[in-house]
Design a protein around this ligand. Structure first.
Ligand SMILES: Nc1nc2c(ncn2[C@@H]2O[C@H](COP(=O)(O)OP(=O)(O)OP(=O)(O)O)[C@@H](O)[C@H]2O)c(=O)[nH]1
Ligand SMILES: [Mg+2]
Length: 195
């Protein structure tokens, strides 16, 4: 794994063009933590108890084959309106423009019901026909008996069908890594075979 760099906008993304797996989700939902966990490199992607930590598009090259991309979270109240609007536009363009091979990990903190922005992002993903998976984060924060109910609420509010992979994770308890990497591998294999 190589950290390729941080880029303020889409025009400056790195060459070569390789498949990108973007971690998207609300501010503080655990995107950077998931990337560290997937790459088994503590502290590589910057994480924080304070929302708004990730401010650029951060690219990590994995096995020389694909990029994991850490994006700023949406819905962070403590940056200016103008900054939030700028990120949201960047984000929409990134998810809806067809200029690069892109698959998306849409992360949701499993404790919370999806927000309006989560719904909007989910709608973009469905319409884009790109491969995407829903990743439930921080499952250690919900007791096992209540988990299924939380999962069901997220899936129902987003209105997703059974064809969308649902991947529960906990970076704290180290759960879900094999499932997420398995999905990434399956998407890469399908792309290799032109599926
Ligand atoms: N209990 C628990 N806490 C987690 C888990 N994953 C992340 N966190 C915590 O959640 C907080 C936010 O994590 P980040 O990875 O920085 O979240 P982010 O989505 O990258 O946040 P922004 O970059 O600010 O949008 C940190 O305090 C993490 O330690 C998890 O699986 N379990
Ligand atoms: Mg982050």
């Amino acid at each position: 794994m190589i950290f390729v760099g941080s880029f303020p906008d889409l025009a400056q993304r790195p060459a070569p063009v390789l498949p990108e797996f973007a971690c998207v989700g609300r501010s503080n939902c655990g995107k950077s933590s998931l990337i560290n966990y997937l790459l088994q490199r503590k502290g590589l992607a910057r994480t924080s108890g304070q929302p708004g930590k990730t401010r650029l598009l951060n690219y990590y090259l994995v096995d020389g084959r694909y990029y994991l991309v850490d994006l700023p979270g949406y819905g962070y109240a403590r940056v200016s309106q103008a900054q939030r609007r700028q990120w949201w536009r960047l984000f929409e363009r990134y998810l809806t423009t067809e200029d690069r091979p892109l698959a998306v990990l849409h992360l949701m903190d499993c404790r919370h019901a999806p927000s309006d922005q989560d719904l909007e992002v989910s709608g973009w993903l469905v319409r884009s026909e790109r491969p995407f998976a829903l990743v439930a984060t921080k499952i250690d924060k919900v007791g096992a008996p209540a988990r299924l109910e939380h999962y069901r609420r997220v899936i129902d509010v987003l209105g997703l069908g059974p064809d969308v992979p649902f991947l529960p994770t906990s970076t704290r308890r180290k759960q879900g890594r094999d499932e997420v990497l398995g999905w990434v591998a399956a998407v890469l294999t399908a792309a290799d075979h032109g599926v």
